[in-house]
Design a protein around this ligand. Structure first.
Ligand code: HEC
Length: 137
């Protein structure tokens, strides 16, 4: 009986130690992740802008539009896109905002039926990346 008590005691101490260890381990993970999370999200904004920039070339925008910050974009078929963020209207028909620019990029003909701009082959996510890139001056 005496022996059983001792081992129960040892077991209890061991499991409470384990509990203390696992909760401090959890705290360490939370702190480490917290420190990590901030620079990662700051980086991913840059990464998204970088994607917008790449899409301007890979999706053919640069062959029709001029953009000073992107020297490869020298097209003169459509208007230059340098001041997109401060322009009042998109294609002269749609009040300018991030949301509306994304919608326009997904389907320009929906807003200007006679437009010479072809419907780009892009996803909604890609349209958002391009919008962010064009809005950053
Ligand atoms: C074949 C040429 C062509 C291609 C390719 C093209 N566009 Fe256009 N884009 C135009 C033309 C032409 C207009 C003017 C449309 C209008 O006024 O209806 C225009 C208008 C725009 C506008 C509105 C500009 C303003 O001043 O209001 C934006 C923004 C735009 N295009 C972005 C893009 C992006 C981003 C891509 C690539 C995903 C792209 N365009 C691909 C020809 C093109």
């Amino acid at each position: 009986m005496q022996k059983l008590n001792v081992s129960t005691c040892v077991l209890t101490t061991f499991s409470s130690l384990r509990l203390a260890f696992s909760s401090s381990l959890r705290a360490a993970i939370v702190i480490t992740f917290g420190i990590w999370a901030f620079p990662i999200s700051a980086q991913s904004i840059d990464a998204q802008l970088e994607q917008g920039k790449t899409l301007m070339i890979t999706k053919g925008c640069s062959s029709c539009h001029q953009l000073t910050k992107l020297p490869a974009a020298k097209g003169l078929v459509g208007p230059p896109l340098d001041k997109m963020a401060s322009q009042s209207y998109i294609a002269g028909v749609l009040p300018n905002s991030r949301e509306n620019l994304t919608k326009f990029l997904l389907d320009p003909k929906k807003f200007h039926s006679d437009t010479a701009m072809p419907t780009p082959d892009i996803s909604e996510q890609e349209a958002r990346h391009i919008t962010d890139y064009l809005f950053k001056e």
